[in-house]
Write a protein that binds this ligand. Sequence first.
Ligand SMILES: [Zn+2]
Length: 65
Amino acid sequence: MAIEGRCMKCKAQKVMKVPAKMTKTSRGGFMAKGNCSVCDCGMCRIMSKVDAEKAIADGDATKAF
Ligand SMILES: [Zn+2]
């Protein structure tokens, strides 16, 4: 399952390049950070714990927290 995020440059939902980096926010949430697969612009997406763990297990994101 690819991680999608809002790309500010494409102004659309785009798939993140694999692997994205899974980080934790100061409030304990999960956030995937990566680059747009189309334009390589930096992008991020707030993830639920379930989705974050799944993305790491699937190899779509590396654990960076
Ligand atoms: Zn883009």
